[in-house]
Design a protein. Structure first.
Lengths: 785, 286
């Protein structure tokens, strides 16, 4: 493949894009016309297909893998097992527990046992069918309680701690005693299911060996730099032998946070006789093998005094990580940190466990544990408001955290916090104010409810793992600006925001800029596209790099001018304007192209390294969570409101209106911001009402998109959004992360509305029509007018 | 695999005779899904989409003749269907999504013979007949005789469906289709109910035809429930009683979409959608 394939993305022609205004998406035209090349669109010359033999059983000992007959088939290039792997054959972040190809034990149905490489898809299918896996079934565990019982089968034999991946506790005051003394108290258990990322572009990529034998991988990945580290270790290669590039992703949502197909690609490319390899999961394989949102059972006890002031919280959260840890411990830590919601509660006991089972693997998913925690606390708050006779929104206002307050899990909020303002905005909003009239307007055999939820979301990786970015900008020899966007754009639009930031900072028009997407050979090491930190961290680095470049351009420009004017020129009197510099005292300009010619290549390249400040607060409890991200420093806040109409004949719930009121700092691009609010709400509605992921005996029953029900355009209402733009001065131009707080709390807002409409709360998994009809029946409201 | 595109029935029969193992394809929205899933590869496909004879709609002797290869989208766009056969029109509008409706045909929906096929309950309540043809000639049979079981029809090898003939209900008849799916588009019915009611002058139900989808191996008709409602005003308590009869009589199964118990409840409760009919005439079934 030639270098010309590494096309820089040229943004649409256009002027200077100022921060705070709608800048057109740099990828819009190319995506809409189909010209944009996703990883799935790469078909290198002379490529072969790679594919994976899956276990198909949840727990088994592998007695042997017979590849001979597959190898003998026509068109088969290679059939590989773990024996062909030179390195440690282990992937993972903290817990390196996941083999690229199973070596000895199968731990879930989607485990990869062998890898085939073939000339055509047909030959590949035949090869995979011909691989014989001799398995001895092992007793398996499919629920955390089972997995923790004495004598339970162990998912990772020989691991200290058995099936308990991590257990932790965060305690302040005397929760149980205080609860006993509360005027009002409620108890509630909520069960949450898996959620599938269901990105449009399933896991895919291509790879090949370069002439010097090093590997190049083009993959749909959120984490090109971390992938390189993981692959080097798992395959026994040095970093300089692997290059990973990440074109625009056709969706990620956390499901491509880490290695998916990259290990297979690398291994296949090392055994394909020098030919490029391509892998592209079918939807079924994507669902079978990919990570999902963690199922969890959360039990909440919450109490308040006679005035509705929260006094005590006692909760337990149990997460099922499935066969591998993936990012489970980090998801778990974030869930525990947010377990008490954005409130002031003095007496708190948060207890949690995350457990291995032989279920599908759970991992990162937008929200990262907070949706599960919010589902618990936000329904408990509503129940408490109901039994104590308070308005649910007023009760939240009474207890909301602000700057200077301490969260239930002991984090002192040291940064601006706009939750109170979000609550006030929602309280004033017609969708809330006119709720009574709306409820009463329900047609025959329909009931209506209005629910709210308040949430917050910690941004970034926490205190232990460096949240870093290295930005790079170049003034090209032609006087244009090349912007290296070192963090993957999975569709959220951060590449556009990178351009917008540079355009604003250097005053250069879009039309004079080029974009380089993440590439370990061309962009500098930067952390992943995740954790609501992408634009915050990379944006800060870019502003730094733009400052460096600006200074160099102005200094060189001043020097050039001084030769022309035969007098010293002070760089401070030179302005950077679109395409040129301008010296007001003399009225002279110099085009950037001329200045570029006056600099060498190294000078024309500006880099800047930025690492996020962290919360260094000493917290006496939850110590084993620190390594996994607790506590956070900066939080975004949001309030969600759902108006839901329930059909008392069928249980069908229709979300008629949805409001997201979000405080995520200043807004850099109102259009991209609103797209996050809409997309997060839609995905949250899917989690709440539709996406009933079914697993039984470790086998997925909803293994395709005909049975796994995603909401369609008809299922998602027109949405209203309100932005509360409080400046977070540590963020670029005052922004903070918005990518996840938008999905948090959608489920409980809907559940609270459904509970009001149905009279009985649905607490087990997705709120399907079937469960809502059962709730209506339990509340005596089935088939009532 | 060979694909043939005959333009006339006269061209089709010899092709069929020469390729006895071939599959007939109309829109392909069921067939292609099945081939991908099972890996089956018929030696040839005979496509019906260019057969003008199968793509016509016309009024004939008090009935609407619908060519088997008329698309669901065409049904949903037809004013005659909307005005004269509202249950069929609602079913067409509720089937799949715009791109699916663009390809899917009414003949394909019938030949798939799924208990969840959306056009089927309306065709039952309207008393539709199916015109079947083969090289040897034609025959015509009621839809209830055409569909034998899930995925089974009375088509003989070499035969195809050419038309569906739907008698137009008399003026003043009310008909509607109620579908419960797991979302508002691209949803296979969890349960459905088609109704066609001719009302008497005093507003009571005269002749009542009911057909349920997805609550049994095929579309379910319950003459006892129809007889119970005939002659009564459709007040909620009457409908509740009829609903209880229906819930007890249907034969639903558990699957990944819903439990049998839920389907049973729906079979009964959907009758209460008719309660609005007792109050006013404006119910449109949605
Ligand atoms: C995404 C999606 C959503 C769907 N949603 C719905 C839905 O909501 N409701 C619903 O009812 N269905 C739904 N379907 C199923 C399908 O679209 C319908 O059953 C459709 O009517 C089938 O028509 P077709 O022309 O595509 O049939 P085809 O796939 O062409 O044929 C189906 C079967 O009938 C045979 N056949 C077709 N025409 C004739 C003929 N004239 N004579 C003899 N045999 C014939 C074929 O050989 C084949 O066995 C959906 C399908 C998809 C892919």
């Amino acid at each position: 493949m030639s270098q010309s394939d590494w096309r820089s993305n040229r943004p649409p022609a256009g002027g200077v894009q100022e921060i705070g205004r709608v800048a057109p998406r740099a990828d819009a035209a190319a995506k809409v016309t189909g010209a944009e090349r996703y990883a799935a669109d790469y078909y290198p010359e002379n490529y072969v297909w790679a594919g994976v033999k899956r276990a198909g059983v949840p727990h088994a000992r592998i007695m042997g893998v017979d590849t001979a007959s597959a190898r003998a088939l026509p068109g088969v290039v290679a059939v590989l097992t773990h024996k062909d792997i030179g390195g440690k054959n282990r992937l993972g972040i903290f817990e390196k527990d996941q083999p690229i190809l199973a070596d000895g034990v199968v731990r879930h149905c989607g485990d990869a046992v062998a890898l085939a490489v073939a000339e055509t898809k047909e030959a590949l299918t035949a090869a995979l069918a011909a691989i014989r896996v001799d398995c001895e079934p092992l007793a398996a565990v499919f629920a955390p309680e089972e997995a923790l019982a004495a004598g339970a089968p162990i998912v990772h034999e020989g691991r200290g701690g058995g099936n308990l991946l991590l257990e932790s506790e965060i305690c302040f005051g005397k929760a149980r005693e205080a609860l006993a003394g509360c005027r009002h108290a409620v108890e509630l258990t909520v069960e949450l299911g898996w959620q599938e990322h269901a990105f449009l572009e399933t896991q895919t990529g291509v790879a090949w060996q370069e002439a010097d034998g090093s590997l190049t991988i083009v993959a749909s990945t959120q984490t090109p730099f971390r992938d390189r580290l993981e692959l080097a270790e798992a395959l026994g290669l040095t970093l300089d032998r692997i290059r990973v590039t990440a074109p625009y992703l056709g969706g990620g949502f956390g499901g491509k946070d880490g290695v998916t197909v990259q290990g297979f690609l690398a291994l296949a490319a090392l055994h394909s006789g020098g030919r490029p390899v391509k892998i592209w999961y079918s939807r079924e394989e994507s669902i079978l093998a990919g990570t999902k949102r963690h199922p969890a059972t959360v039990t909440y006890r919450l109490g308040c005094d006679a005035d509705g002031v929260f006094q005590a919280l006692d909760c337990r959260l149990v997460f099922d990580t499935g066969a591998y840890a993936s990012l489970g411990t980090e998801v778990f830590a974030l869930a525990l940190e947010h377990a008490g919601g954005p409130y002031r509660i003095a007496n708190v006991a948060v207890h949690g466990k995350i457990v291995y089972t032989n279920n599908p693997v759970a991992g990162a998913f937008r929200g990262f544990g907070v949706p599960q925690a919010a589902a618990g606390i936000e329904q408990a708050v509503d129940e408490l408001a109901r039994v104590a006779g308070f308005d649910p929104l007023a009760m939240r206002r009474k207890n909301a955290v602000g700057c200077g307050d301490t969260t239930p899990t002991g984090v002192v909020i040291g940064r601006p916090a706009g939750l109170a303002e979000c609550l006030a905005q929602v309280e004033r909003h017609p969708l809330w104010r006119e709720r009574q009239t709306w409820r009463e307007g329900a047609p025959p055999f329909k009931r209506r409810g209005v629910g709210v939820a308040a949430v917050y979301h910690g941004m970034g990786f926490g205190p232990a793992v460096a949240d870093y970015a290295n930005a790079k900008l170049e003034l090209t020899a032609e006087g244009r600006i090349t912007v290296c966007a070192g963090v993957a754009d999975m569709g959220q639009g951060n590449a556009t925001t990178c351009l917008q930031i540079v355009s604003h900072a250097l005053g250069q028009p879009y039309g004079d800029m080029e974009l380089v997407l993440p590439d370990t050979a061309r962009t500098l090491p930067s952390a992943s596209s995740s954790a609501s930190r992408t634009t915050f961290t990379y944006g800060n680095a870019l502003i730094g790099a733009a400052g460096v470049l600006r200074e160099r351009i102005l200094a060189r420009g001043a020097l050039l001018l001084s030769f022309q004017l035969l007098a010293p020129v002070n760089a401070a009197e030179v302005d950077l304007l679109p395409g040129r510099i301008y010296h007001a005292p003399s009225g002279r300009s110099v085009p950037l192209k001329v200045i570029a010619g006056f600099m060498d290549a190294a000078e024309r390249t500006a880099t800047y390294s930025y690492t996020c400040p962290v919360n260094r607060q000493a917290i006496p409890t939850g110590g084993n969570l620190r390594l996994h991200g607790y506590p956070h420093r900066i939080f975004s806040y949001a309030v969600k409101l759902a108006r839901v109409e329930v059909d008392t004949l069928t249980g069908e719930a229709r979300v008629c209106d949805f409001l997201s009121c979000v405080e995520a700092g200043r807004v850099l691009n109102p259009q991209l911001y609103e797209q996050q609010l809409h997309g997060g709400a839609a995905q949250g509605l899917g989690y709440a009402l539709f996406e009933d992921f079914a697993v039984s005996g470790g086998e997925i029953a909803t293994g395709d998109l005909a049975t796994y029900i995603l909401p369609t355009a008809l299922d998602v209402p027109d949405m209203e959004t309100v932005s509360v733009a409080v400046s977070e001065d540590e963020g670029p131009f005052g922004m903070k992360g918005v990518g996840e707080v938008v999905i948090d709390g959608v489920l409980p807002a809907v559940a609270n509305a459904v509970a009001e409409a149905a009279g009985v709360r649905v607490t087990k998994g997705t709120l399907t029509a079937e469960k809502i009809l059962a709730a209506l029946r339990a509340g005596g409201r089935e088939a009532t007018r | 695999m060979e694909v043939f595109f005959p333009r006339t029935l006269a061209e089709l029969w010899p092709l069929k005779a020469a390729n006895p193992e071939s599959a007939v394809m109309a829109g392909g929205t069921d067939l292609l899904v099945r081939l991908r899933k099972t890996g089956e590869r018929p030696p040839a496909i005979i496509a019906l989409e260019r057969l003008a004879e199968l793509r016509r709609m016309s009024i004939e002797g008090g009935g609407l003749r619908i060519g088997a290869a008329v698309t669901i989208g065409e049904l949903a766009a037809s004013e005659i269907v909307r005005d004269a056969l509202p249950a069929l029109w609602q079913a067409a509008a509720a089937l799949g999504s715009p791109p699916v409706r663009h390809g899917a045909t009414v003949g394909g929906n019938m030949c798939t013979a799924s208990p969840a096929g959306d056009t089927l309950p309306p065709l039952y309540v309207y008393g539709a007949a199916v015109a079947v043809a083969g090289a040897a000639g034609c025959r015509r049979l009621p839809i209830g005789d055409f569909i034998l079981g899930p995925g089974r029809t009375s088509l003989a090898p070499g035969e195809i469906v050419t038309d569906i003939i739907v008698p137009l209900p008399t003026g003043g008849a009310f008909s509607a289709y109620y579908k419960v799916g797991k979302r508002r588009a691209m949803a296979i019915a969890v349960a459905s109910l088609a109704v066609c009611i001719v009302r008497t002058a005093d507003g009571a139900a005269g002749k009542v035809r009911l057909a349920w989808g997805s609550v049994g191996p095929t579309v379910i008709s319950l003459p006892a429930v129809e007889a119970f409602l005939a002659g009564k005003r459709l007040a909620p308590d009457v409908l509740r009683q009829a609903g209880a009869m229906a819930a007890a009589a249907v034969l639903p199964i558990d699957d990944v979409r819903a439990s049998a118990g839920y389907r049973r409840s729906l079979a009964g409760n959907l009758l209460l959608k008719l309660a609005a009919l007792g109050d006013d005439e404006q119910e449109d079934g949605r």
